[in-house]
Design a protein around this ligand. Structure first.
Ligand code: ADP
Length: 261
Protein backbone atom coordinates (compact mmCIF):
# COMPACT_ATOMS: atom_id res chain seq x y z
CA UNK A 1 0.00 0.00 0.00
CA UNK A 2 1.24 3.46 -0.80
CA UNK A 3 1.71 6.10 1.84
CA UNK A 4 -0.28 8.53 -0.23
CA UNK A 5 1.04 11.74 -1.72
CA UNK A 6 -2.16 12.03 -3.64
CA UNK A 7 -4.46 14.53 -1.95
CA UNK A 8 -7.51 12.84 -3.46
CA UNK A 9 -6.89 9.67 -1.56
CA UNK A 10 -7.60 11.36 1.76
CA UNK A 11 -10.58 13.24 0.38
CA UNK A 12 -12.08 10.15 -1.24
CA UNK A 13 -11.82 8.22 1.98
CA UNK A 14 -13.11 11.00 4.19
CA UNK A 15 -16.02 12.12 2.05
CA UNK A 16 -18.12 9.37 3.65
CA UNK A 17 -17.25 10.55 7.17
CA UNK A 18 -19.55 13.32 8.40
CA UNK A 19 -17.48 14.64 11.30
CA UNK A 20 -14.53 13.92 13.57
CA UNK A 21 -14.46 14.35 17.32
CA UNK A 22 -10.92 14.70 18.66
CA UNK A 23 -10.45 13.57 22.25
CA UNK A 24 -7.48 15.37 23.80
CA UNK A 25 -5.86 15.73 27.19
CA UNK A 26 -2.97 17.70 28.61
CA UNK A 27 -1.71 14.82 30.73
CA UNK A 28 -1.60 11.03 30.46
CA UNK A 29 -3.61 8.83 32.78
CA UNK A 30 -6.59 11.16 33.11
CA UNK A 31 -8.90 8.75 31.32
CA UNK A 32 -8.81 10.18 27.80
CA UNK A 33 -8.80 6.77 26.07
CA UNK A 34 -11.54 5.50 28.35
CA UNK A 35 -13.71 8.54 27.62
CA UNK A 36 -13.05 8.26 23.86
CA UNK A 37 -13.99 4.57 23.83
CA UNK A 38 -17.08 5.08 26.00
CA UNK A 39 -18.26 7.97 23.86
CA UNK A 40 -17.89 5.87 20.70
CA UNK A 41 -19.79 2.93 22.22
CA UNK A 42 -22.61 5.14 23.51
CA UNK A 43 -22.99 6.99 20.21
CA UNK A 44 -23.24 3.62 18.46
CA UNK A 45 -25.94 2.54 20.92
CA UNK A 46 -27.98 5.48 19.69
CA UNK A 47 -27.83 4.02 16.20
CA UNK A 48 -25.00 6.20 14.88
CA UNK A 49 -22.33 4.79 12.59
CA UNK A 50 -19.18 5.30 14.59
CA UNK A 51 -15.47 4.79 13.99
CA UNK A 52 -12.83 4.93 16.70
CA UNK A 53 -9.25 5.69 15.67
CA UNK A 54 -6.51 5.19 18.23
CA UNK A 55 -3.51 7.30 17.24
CA UNK A 56 -1.55 6.90 20.44
CA UNK A 57 1.55 5.40 18.82
CA UNK A 58 3.43 5.01 22.10
CA UNK A 59 0.64 3.54 24.16
CA UNK A 60 -2.31 2.38 22.06
CA UNK A 61 -4.85 1.30 24.67
CA UNK A 62 -8.02 0.92 22.64
CA UNK A 63 -7.44 -2.76 21.70
CA UNK A 64 -6.97 -3.59 25.41
CA UNK A 65 -10.17 -1.82 26.46
CA UNK A 66 -12.09 -4.09 24.08
CA UNK A 67 -10.05 -7.25 24.72
CA UNK A 68 -8.63 -7.21 21.19
CA UNK A 69 -4.93 -6.81 21.99
CA UNK A 70 -4.03 -10.11 20.32
CA UNK A 71 -5.97 -9.44 17.12
CA UNK A 72 -4.30 -8.31 13.91
CA UNK A 73 -6.23 -6.49 11.19
CA UNK A 74 -6.50 -7.81 7.67
CA UNK A 75 -6.25 -5.94 4.42
CA UNK A 76 -9.50 -6.16 2.43
CA UNK A 77 -10.23 -5.15 -1.18
CA UNK A 78 -10.82 -1.54 -0.14
CA UNK A 79 -8.06 -1.17 2.42
CA UNK A 80 -7.51 -2.08 6.05
CA UNK A 81 -10.64 -3.49 7.62
CA UNK A 82 -11.32 -2.07 11.10
CA UNK A 83 -12.27 -4.41 13.94
CA UNK A 84 -16.04 -4.53 14.59
CA UNK A 85 -16.70 -4.42 18.31
CA UNK A 86 -19.61 -3.17 20.45
CA UNK A 87 -21.24 -1.68 17.35
CA UNK A 88 -18.23 0.45 16.44
CA UNK A 89 -15.42 0.17 13.90
CA UNK A 90 -12.07 0.26 15.65
CA UNK A 91 -8.70 1.05 14.13
CA UNK A 92 -5.58 1.29 16.24
CA UNK A 93 -1.88 1.40 15.56
CA UNK A 94 -1.79 -1.42 18.11
CA UNK A 95 -3.74 -3.62 15.69
CA UNK A 96 -1.37 -3.15 12.76
CA UNK A 97 2.08 -3.22 14.33
CA UNK A 98 3.93 -6.53 13.94
CA UNK A 99 4.61 -6.84 17.64
CA UNK A 100 2.45 -4.78 19.98
CA UNK A 101 4.98 -5.28 22.79
CA UNK A 102 7.77 -3.53 20.91
CA UNK A 103 8.27 0.13 21.75
CA UNK A 104 7.48 2.51 18.91
CA UNK A 105 10.49 4.73 18.35
CA UNK A 106 9.46 7.16 15.66
CA UNK A 107 10.16 10.81 15.16
CA UNK A 108 7.48 13.35 14.36
CA UNK A 109 7.50 13.04 10.55
CA UNK A 110 7.20 9.25 10.74
CA UNK A 111 4.22 9.54 13.07
CA UNK A 112 2.59 12.14 10.85
CA UNK A 113 3.12 9.82 7.87
CA UNK A 114 1.69 6.85 9.75
CA UNK A 115 -1.38 8.84 10.80
CA UNK A 116 -1.95 9.95 7.22
CA UNK A 117 -1.63 6.36 6.08
CA UNK A 118 -4.09 5.11 8.70
CA UNK A 119 -6.62 7.76 7.68
CA UNK A 120 -6.18 7.07 3.98
CA UNK A 121 -6.07 3.32 4.05
CA UNK A 122 -8.71 2.36 6.57
CA UNK A 123 -11.93 1.17 5.01
CA UNK A 124 -14.30 3.02 7.36
CA UNK A 125 -17.26 2.93 5.01
CA UNK A 126 -19.87 5.54 5.91
CA UNK A 127 -19.54 7.13 9.33
CA UNK A 128 -21.64 9.65 11.22
CA UNK A 129 -18.76 10.26 13.56
CA UNK A 130 -15.08 9.38 13.78
CA UNK A 131 -13.85 9.56 17.37
CA UNK A 132 -10.09 10.05 17.55
CA UNK A 133 -8.04 9.15 20.61
CA UNK A 134 -4.82 11.19 20.58
CA UNK A 135 -1.73 10.88 22.77
CA UNK A 136 -1.63 13.31 25.70
CA UNK A 137 -0.30 16.80 25.04
CA UNK A 138 -0.23 18.86 21.91
CA UNK A 139 2.42 17.06 19.87
CA UNK A 140 2.87 15.87 16.31
CA UNK A 141 -0.09 13.52 16.21
CA UNK A 142 -2.67 16.05 17.40
CA UNK A 143 -1.28 18.72 15.12
CA UNK A 144 -1.26 16.34 12.13
CA UNK A 145 -4.78 15.16 12.94
CA UNK A 146 -6.08 18.71 12.95
CA UNK A 147 -4.27 19.65 9.77
CA UNK A 148 -4.81 16.50 7.70
CA UNK A 149 -8.51 15.86 8.18
CA UNK A 150 -10.55 17.47 5.40
CA UNK A 151 -13.85 17.15 7.33
CA UNK A 152 -15.55 19.17 10.10
CA UNK A 153 -13.83 18.50 13.40
CA UNK A 154 -14.42 19.47 17.00
CA UNK A 155 -12.62 18.60 20.21
CA UNK A 156 -13.34 17.34 23.70
CA UNK A 157 -10.69 17.96 26.35
CA UNK A 158 -10.45 15.48 29.24
CA UNK A 159 -8.94 16.43 32.59
CA UNK A 160 -8.95 15.39 36.24
CA UNK A 161 -9.90 17.93 38.91
CA UNK A 162 -6.36 18.53 40.22
CA UNK A 163 -4.65 21.84 39.55
CA UNK A 164 -1.67 20.24 37.71
CA UNK A 165 -3.97 18.56 35.22
CA UNK A 166 -6.08 21.68 34.79
CA UNK A 167 -3.05 23.78 33.83
CA UNK A 168 -2.21 21.36 30.99
CA UNK A 169 -5.83 21.20 30.01
CA UNK A 170 -5.76 24.96 29.48
CA UNK A 171 -2.91 24.47 26.97
CA UNK A 172 -5.05 21.98 25.07
CA UNK A 173 -7.91 24.45 24.81
CA UNK A 174 -5.44 27.08 23.59
CA UNK A 175 -4.06 24.59 21.02
CA UNK A 176 -7.56 24.00 19.63
CA UNK A 177 -8.23 27.71 19.47
CA UNK A 178 -5.05 28.36 17.49
CA UNK A 179 -5.87 25.56 15.05
CA UNK A 180 -9.46 26.77 14.79
CA UNK A 181 -10.91 23.50 16.03
CA UNK A 182 -14.05 24.31 18.05
CA UNK A 183 -14.00 22.89 21.58
CA UNK A 184 -17.28 21.10 22.37
CA UNK A 185 -16.34 21.23 26.03
CA UNK A 186 -14.30 19.93 28.92
CA UNK A 187 -14.91 16.56 30.57
CA UNK A 188 -13.79 16.26 34.16
CA UNK A 189 -12.93 12.62 34.87
CA UNK A 190 -12.13 10.85 38.14
CA UNK A 191 -14.19 13.54 39.69
CA UNK A 192 -15.30 12.06 42.99
CA UNK A 193 -15.43 8.37 43.88
CA UNK A 194 -18.38 6.00 43.89
CA UNK A 195 -18.27 3.78 46.97
CA UNK A 196 -18.63 0.15 45.86
CA UNK A 197 -20.49 -0.68 49.08
CA UNK A 198 -23.05 2.08 49.36
CA UNK A 199 -22.90 3.69 45.86
CA UNK A 200 -22.51 7.11 47.49
CA UNK A 201 -20.29 9.63 45.74
CA UNK A 202 -17.31 11.10 47.66
CA UNK A 203 -15.35 14.10 46.40
CA UNK A 204 -11.79 12.85 46.91
CA UNK A 205 -9.97 15.49 44.91
CA UNK A 206 -12.23 18.41 45.70
CA UNK A 207 -14.75 19.78 43.29
CA UNK A 208 -15.22 22.66 40.95
CA UNK A 209 -11.82 22.66 39.19
CA UNK A 210 -13.28 21.70 35.81
CA UNK A 211 -16.12 24.17 36.20
CA UNK A 212 -13.76 27.03 37.06
CA UNK A 213 -11.54 26.23 34.09
CA UNK A 214 -14.51 25.94 31.75
CA UNK A 215 -15.81 29.30 32.86
CA UNK A 216 -12.42 30.95 32.48
CA UNK A 217 -11.93 29.53 28.99
CA UNK A 218 -15.48 30.22 27.93
CA UNK A 219 -16.25 26.59 27.02
CA UNK A 220 -18.88 24.30 28.57
CA UNK A 221 -18.12 21.75 31.27
CA UNK A 222 -19.84 18.76 29.69
CA UNK A 223 -19.67 16.23 32.52
CA UNK A 224 -18.01 15.23 35.78
CA UNK A 225 -17.42 11.50 35.60
CA UNK A 226 -16.78 9.77 38.95
CA UNK A 227 -14.00 7.30 39.61
CA UNK A 228 -15.67 3.90 39.75
CA UNK A 229 -13.42 0.96 40.75
CA UNK A 230 -15.82 -1.56 39.19
CA UNK A 231 -15.66 0.30 35.88
CA UNK A 232 -11.86 0.33 36.07
CA UNK A 233 -11.84 -3.43 36.55
CA UNK A 234 -14.08 -3.99 33.52
CA UNK A 235 -11.77 -1.79 31.42
CA UNK A 236 -8.73 -3.72 32.63
CA UNK A 237 -10.41 -6.99 31.66
CA UNK A 238 -11.09 -5.71 28.16
CA UNK A 239 -14.80 -5.38 28.88
CA UNK A 240 -15.42 -1.65 28.63
CA UNK A 241 -18.90 -2.00 27.03
CA UNK A 242 -20.07 -4.31 29.86
CA UNK A 243 -18.52 -1.96 32.43
CA UNK A 244 -20.51 0.93 30.98
CA UNK A 245 -23.71 -1.10 31.25
CA UNK A 246 -23.05 -1.77 34.91
CA UNK A 247 -21.87 1.66 36.06
CA UNK A 248 -24.88 3.94 35.90
CA UNK A 249 -22.94 6.77 37.58
CA UNK A 250 -20.31 6.79 34.83
CA UNK A 251 -22.88 6.25 32.09
CA UNK A 252 -25.12 9.04 33.35
CA UNK A 253 -22.34 11.60 33.03
CA UNK A 254 -21.19 10.27 29.65
CA UNK A 255 -24.76 10.64 28.41
CA UNK A 256 -24.30 14.38 28.73
CA UNK A 257 -21.19 14.21 26.53
CA UNK A 258 -23.07 12.15 23.95
CA UNK A 259 -25.83 14.77 23.83
CA UNK A 260 -23.29 17.53 23.24
CA UNK A 261 -21.73 15.67 20.28
P1 ADP B 1 -5.32 8.21 29.36
O1 ADP B 1 -5.87 7.82 28.03
O2 ADP B 1 -5.64 9.62 29.72
O3 ADP B 1 -3.86 7.91 29.52
P2 ADP B 1 -6.82 5.95 30.38
O4 ADP B 1 -8.12 6.11 29.68
O5 ADP B 1 -5.89 4.91 29.86
O6 ADP B 1 -6.07 7.34 30.49
O7 ADP B 1 -7.18 5.69 31.92
C1 ADP B 1 -6.18 5.45 32.88
C2 ADP B 1 -6.68 4.41 33.88
O8 ADP B 1 -7.78 4.93 34.63
C3 ADP B 1 -7.21 3.16 33.23
O9 ADP B 1 -6.86 2.06 34.04
C4 ADP B 1 -8.72 3.34 33.23
O10 ADP B 1 -9.41 2.10 33.27
C5 ADP B 1 -8.93 4.13 34.49
N1 ADP B 1 -10.10 5.02 34.45
C6 ADP B 1 -10.34 6.04 33.61
N2 ADP B 1 -11.48 6.67 33.92
C7 ADP B 1 -12.00 6.03 34.99
C8 ADP B 1 -13.17 6.20 35.79
N3 ADP B 1 -14.04 7.18 35.56
N4 ADP B 1 -13.37 5.33 36.82
C9 ADP B 1 -12.48 4.36 37.07
N5 ADP B 1 -11.36 4.15 36.37
C10 ADP B 1 -11.11 4.98 35.33
Amino acid sequence: ASSGGCENQMENRMKHVKQAVLVLSGKGGVGKSTVAASLAVMLAKQGKKVGLLDVDFHGPSQPTLFGLQHERLEEGPNGLVPAEVAGIRLMSVGLVLDNPDHAVIWRGPAKTGALKQLLEETDWGELDCLVMDFPPGTGDESLAGCQLLPIPKRAIVVTTPQEVALADCRKCVDFCRRLEVPVIGIVENMSGFVCPDCSARHELFGTGGGARLAEKEGVPLLASIPLDPAFLKSCDFGELPAGLEKSSAVRGELDKVVRAV
